[in-house]
Design a protein around this ligand. Structure first.
Ligand SMILES: Nc1ncnc2c1ncn2[C@@H]1O[C@H](COP(=O)(O)OP(=O)(O)O)[C@@H](O)[C@H]1O
Ligand SMILES: [Mg+2]
Length: 251
């Protein structure tokens, strides 16, 4: 007998506001491996969505699918951003349409200073936040603008990776485990900055193993389990639902 609780009944489909980012019945594969198994969810403009689930649930694959990286390959489904069909675009077109993925490994470019890492992101139009505005948001980066990016601390590298995404004209910020390996005091700092970015109107999807920290920040949460959505609702609902947290988040 399957005694797994059915949390899908909590699905929050009541909102009538048009979604800013809409993922509909997305199925993705790494070669023959079927990973993202029919994922649908909406993100509204200016919202922070926490995309949660255990290790291997398919969170990174979902972000990579939305960013059109090609690996995994999206074989079915639609992804709409601000009325534009991302599912018909290559990754560079998706990026130009305002999608920015900050990967788990941050990918700071060796041999370049902090400032050069940011300037490189501004080579291709449309250009987003100015250096001045980015340094205001991340004073640590301003102080270290002439320092080689890869010599920064882990937290500062994460800040640089986020700043680099904002240096392009961004509509949706996709963050893959931004708090990984960082001290709580640095997590606090990045959390404050993400809140500040939200207040400026940014739409964000945050994937985090540290689910409690992500839920504190997020308006809504989607929980994945083996490539399917098992919960879609408010962050508060997840924090208040012990059974759900124990089953899918181990918290
Ligand atoms: N490049 C890949 N090739 C084949 N399978 C992969 C690849 N990357 C991830 N997977 C598999 O896809 C599943 C989901 O992985 P992932 O999206 O990284 O999960 P999460 O980010 O939630 O930990 C896992 O079973 C993982 O082993
Ligand atoms: Mg992952």
């Amino acid at each position: 007998m399957n005694t797994k609780p059915d949390f899908s009944k909590h699905a929050n489909q009541a909102s009538t506001a048009p979604a800013f980012l809409s993922v509909w019945d997305m199925h993705s594969y790494y070669g023959e491996s079927y990973i993202v198994q029919g994922v649908s969810f909406n993100v509204h403009e200016g919202e922070i969505l926490a995309l949660l689930g255990r290790n291997g649930a398919g969170k990174t694959s979902t972000l990579r699918s939305i960013a059109r990286l090609g690996d995994p390959e999206v074989k079915h489904g639609e992804i709409w951003l601000d009325h534009k069909p991302l599912h018909k675009m290559a990754s560079h077109e998706a990026a130009a349409s305002g999608l920015g993925l900050v990967p788990e490994d941050r990918r700071i470019i060796p041999g370049l200073t902090v400032e050069e890492n940011l300037q490189l992101a501004q080579i291709a139009p449309p250009v987003g936040w100015s250096l001045e505005r980015l340094y205001e948001l991340f004073p640590r980066l301003g102080e270290r603008r002439k320092q080689e990016g890869v010599t920064l601390s882990g937290g500062e590298q994460q800040m640089l990776a986020i700043a680099r995404a904002l240096a392009r004209d961004l509509k949706v910020l996709l963050l893959d485990e931004p708090y990984e390996g960082l001290a709580p005091v640095i997590v606090d700092e990045i959390e404050k900055t993400l809140m500040h970015i939200k207040q400026q109107g940014m739409t964000t999807i945050i994937v985090e193993q540290n689910a409690v920290r992500a839920l504190e920040l997020a308006d809504r949460a989607v929980i994945l389990d083996t490539g399917s959505i098992v919960f879609d609702g408010t962050a508060t609902e997840v924090l208040e639902n012990e059974e759900l947290r124990a089953e899918y988040l181990a918290i």
